[in-house]
Design a protein around this ligand. Structure first.
Ligand SMILES: Nc1nc2c(c(=O)[nH]1)N[C@H]1C(S)=C(S)[C@@H](COP(=O)(O)O)O[C@H]1N2
Ligand SMILES: [Mo]
Length: 370
């Protein structure tokens, strides 16, 4: 039996509401009704794996090696890390760069994620910066390389994923080596005992089961760092055009985005009633400026009420109410924008691997006479 199937009963028990993708590796996402809380519960949080899920008996035996372009290479146990560095808790959105890929047409390679490969959790750990500075970052270090024991299912000799961070992000205070999620020990399915938390960066940068960080004098070249993996073309590529990999760049800050969690597709609202629209908005590095909402497919818009989030990396709830005066079809849209003037595109912006889909979501329903 392939190894990931071993984890399926565990996933079903821990996360009963998730839709499991048909894939050799374990990949699953919630339906949008499970994403209504400002803090996504662990049992509703999506799971993304490029390979198998490592069997880990005890976090007590886990070690993290720091080497490469450092003055003093080090090996840490989880308890020594916790005792040696300040503990930080922050709230941050974790989104897979492939979230929403199923909306691209023509279809692209990669898992056809719907809209649920995103969540917002409280992450607790130590600052990656503190650990790297303790080891002494050499001036030659420009990138980190992260390593974990998970392997490709088709080729167990090869690592499933080894990603890294530009040194500025690695040394930025929000970047953590995390050991807890929503106040609980980090679950193994989410990378426990240790994972990277890189707020604002795509999920691929949040290495799970972290056991080694090597500082590098050039951009990392580990598994899924090269070619078109988790990289976007720096200029528009049309479907079918030949790909020039030298024109692709690693995805760093995620674009501004929103998710409508209510109403759901197929909703009805009585004429004379009020349609309440709500959801969350977030943005990778640039602060949100606002969200506008339409219930007539974009013909008219209304500015939503945007609540504060739990700090700069959390998503923020938005709400808008519409008085419904006449019967007929309704199409609800939400468009978030950031302070740099970027807004979610109204249409599809296709790219060869189906990454970073932040086009506005459309939820269709109807107003009916009672
Ligand atoms: N070791 C390892 N870390 C990994 C991955 C992986 O396959 N192996 N997948 C990455 C990707 S693509 C995403 S979107 C996130 C998903 O995190 P989650 O499974 O905790 O939701 O983990 C990242 N970290
Ligand atoms: Mo991802």
């Amino acid at each position: 039996m392939p190894r990931p199937l071993l984890e399926l009963p565990l996933l079903r028990r821990l996360k009963p509401g998730l839709y499991v993708h048909d894939d050799a590796a374990l990949n699953a996402e919630p339906t949008l009704d499970l994403l209504r809380d400002p803090i996504t519960p662990v049992d509703a949080f999506f799971i993304r794996n490029n390979g198998d899920v490592p069997q880990i008996d005890s976090g007590r035996d886990w070690t993290l090696t720091i080497d490469g372009e450092v003055e003093r290479p080090a090996v840490w146990t989880v308890s020594a890390l916790r005792e040696s560095f300040e503990t930080v808790t922050l709230t941050a959105v974790l989104e897979c760069a492939g979230n929403g890929r199923s909306q691209f047409s023509p279809a692209t390679d990669g898992l056809p994620w719907r809209l649920g490969a995103v969540g917002c959790a409280r992450w607790t750990g130590v600052r990656l910066r503190d650990v790297l500075e303790h080891a002494g970052v050499r001036p030659s270090a420009v990138y980190t390389g992260h390593y974990a024991p998970d392997r490709l299912i088709a080729d167990p000799a090869r690592p499933a994923l080894s990603r890294g961070l530009p040194i500025a992000k690695a040394l930025s205070p929000e970047t953590l080596i995390a050991f807890a999620m929503n106040g609980e020990p980090l679950p193994r399915l989410h990378g426990g005992p240790l994972r990277i938390v890189a707020p604002g960066f795509p999920g691929s940068a949040w290495q799970k089961w972290l056991d080694r960080i090597a500082l590098r004098s050039s951009e990392h070249d580990g598994a899924k760092m090269r070619g078109t993996d988790y990289r976007m073309p720096t200029q528009t590529v049309r479907p079918g055009e030949p790909l020039d990999e030298s024109l692709f760049a690693v995805i760093t800050d995620m674009p501004v985005k929103s998710l409508i969690t209510g109403p759901e597709h197929g909703f009805t609202v009585p004429v004379g009633g009020v349609l309440g629209v709500s959801g969350f908005a977030w943005s990778g590095a640039v602060a949100l400026a606002g969200v506008r909402v339409s219930c007539d497919g974009g013909a008219t818009w209304r500015e939503a009420v945007l609540e504060d989030g739990e700090g700069p990396f959390a998503w923020r709830r938005f709400t808008a109410d519409f008085a419904i005066g006449s019967p007929g079809p309704l199409a609800v849209l939400a468009q978030a924008r950031d302070v740099a003037g970027n807004a979610q595109p109204l249409g599809m912006e296709w790219n060869p691997r189906g990454y970073c889909n932040n086009q506005v979501q459309r939820v269709c329903g109807a107003a009916r006479m009672d």
